[in-house]
Design a protein around this ligand. Sequence first.
Ligand code: 5RP
Length: 256
Amino acid sequence: PLVTSSVAVDSSPLPSNLTQDDLKKLAAYKAVEYVKSGMVVGLGTGSTAKHAVSRISDLLREGKLNDIIGIPTSTTTHEQAVSLGIPLSDLDSHPVVDLSIDGADEVDPSLNLVKGRGGSLLREKMVEGASKKFVVIVDESKLVKHLGGSGLAVPVEVVPFCCDFTRGKLEELFRGAGCKAKLRVKIGANGGETAPAVTDNGNYVVDLYLERDMGDLEAASEKILRLPGVVEHGMFLGIATTLIVAGKSGVTVRDR
Ligand code: 5RP
């Protein structure tokens, strides 16, 4: 595939009939090239990261990688890694992670991210924030000019206690950006809303839908984190070190 970056260029074009999932897999496989034997590796969550996890397990099985310790960022990834036989640990035992690989919901030109539409933002931020290198893998649909600008939400993990109070406070914070804050719910089998979606940490998620960009991201982050009731938000500012994007015209690798 075509790979453009300061590091690698391989100019054969990609076939035109690739699906979005094929692109995710290409980005994931490229990221796994950064994994070396003996590393502690943060294992991301979501449909893109799952390709990276299975690729790591393939390379372990083939003897091309050895002595990897995985640090999963969700119970789902934990289950996938266990089923594939990847040795696992956690940040208590391995507080420094060599490399993490994970997807994202949005990526801006400075490699700031929105994550957590899959609900795993807290563990992801803990593991990826503790990583020497954090490689983000996306298909090109995730690239945005401003975070929160894709019409999709910026997720915030909140404690269940009086979550509607916290939801209201979050909406108030970004009224100027036309914010609507919604408690995330699990959709029942018949399509009806049933109950709040619960994170791996037993918390709820409030999704912030913004009509306009929320301005200074660091200031927005501070404001959210100062609210009692908020546990963490899904803006990952200055954490990603490398971005791998797979698009119809090839795979691009960019370092921050
Ligand atoms: C989960 C996440 C995911 O990384 C993000 O939602 C991207 O998911 P996908 O690779 O399925 O598009 O942050 O909390």
